[in-house]
Design a protein around this ligand. Structure first.
Ligand SMILES: Nc1ncnc2c1ncn2[C@@H]1O[C@H](COP(=O)(O)OP(=O)(O)OP(=O)(O)O)[C@@H](O)[C@H]1O
Ligand SMILES: [Mg+2]
Length: 255
């Protein structure tokens, strides 16, 4: 059975893309069949794997706006041995195009129906906004992972996201469940990081992943080079942390 995981946090720069990309690399390394779906018009996931932005014909925007066939959009990321649905800047017009359309939030879910059986996991990288693109991912996904940078405002945006999920579920539009919160860009020397971390443990208990992603320049270097962290520096602490996180996630899913 395919498990669709939405990586989301409406706050910008909380390592959503890094978490999504590293998770795909780690799961593919464990021989799962993976699809990474880049839903951010910034195209960070696409670009960080060395892909050009999708052209019109291969654009997810066309799938979401005009119900185009999703199959031609699928690319293969050779180095990491997983598939990718690349983004392009046209995704910026999706919220306007789908405004007031009744079935607008189910476009992604419907488009994936014939494709998803080919994968063990589909991972959605979402934009830093709680707009209709993110809502599409929340309606299509089974599980939610929230990458959280441990500062006060990140908590605010996380609560906002969780209440949106609850609303979609109450309306019968989504069945998404919070799989967990992962601390990212973590700085063990920062008292605020440690304090927020403690608060998260108190409040979310088991839902807080015990594995975390420490701040490490190798992650941004890897992205700038257009390869996942494993292929840039497989022995780095970030590679090890990404694999630990993937294994904890699999355990949580009873896999
Ligand atoms: N563990 C890490 N150590 C150091 N830098 C990191 C780490 N993880 C991510 N970064 C850097 O932090 C920045 C934000 O990361 P990323 O793009 O993954 O966040 P995002 O939540 O997807 O951002 P956006 O909201 O803009 O989509 C990037 O420059 C990235 O290279
Ligand atoms: Mg991003």
């Amino acid at each position: 059975m395919t498990i669709k995981i939405c990586i989301a946090n409406p706050k910008g720069g909380t390592a959503k893309t890094s978490t999504a990309v590293n998770l795909c690399c780690a799961l593919a390394k464990e021989h799962y069949k993976i699809m990474l779906c880049d839903l951010d018009p910034q195209c960070s996931a696409t670009v960080s794997l060395g892909y050009p932005q999708a052209d019109d014909y291969h654009s997810l925007a066309g799938v979401l706006i005009s119900d185009n066939d999703i199959n031609p959009c699928v690319m293969h990321y050779e180095t990491g041995n997983f598939d990718i649905l690349p983004a392009n800047a046209d995704l910026t017009v999706v919220p306007v195009a789908l405004y007031n359309k009744n079935d607008g939030i189910f476009k992604l879910k419907n488009a994936l129906k014939n494709l998803e059986k080919d994968y063990d996991f589909i991972i959605f990288d979402t934009p830093a906004a709680l707009n209709i693109i993110t809502e599409n991912a929340l309606c299509a996904a089974d599980k939610l992972v929230i990458p959280l940078y441990c500062d006060y405002f990140a908590l605010d945006s996380m609560y906002y996201l969780l209440s949106k999920c609850q609303k979609l579920k109450d309306e019968g539009k989504s069945h998404i469940e919070l799989l967990g919160i992962v601390r990212t860009l973590y700085d063990n020397t920062s008292p605020l990081s440690r304090y927020i971390s403690h608060e998260l443990k108190e409040q979310f208990g088991e839902l807080l992943f015990s594995s975390l992603m420490s701040f490490n320049n190798r992650v941004s270097e890897a992205q700038a080079t257009g390869v996942g962290i494993y292929f840039y520096d497989g022995s780095s602490i970030s590679s090890r942390q990404a694999m630990l996180f993937a294994k904890e996630l699999l355990k949580r899913l009873d896999i």
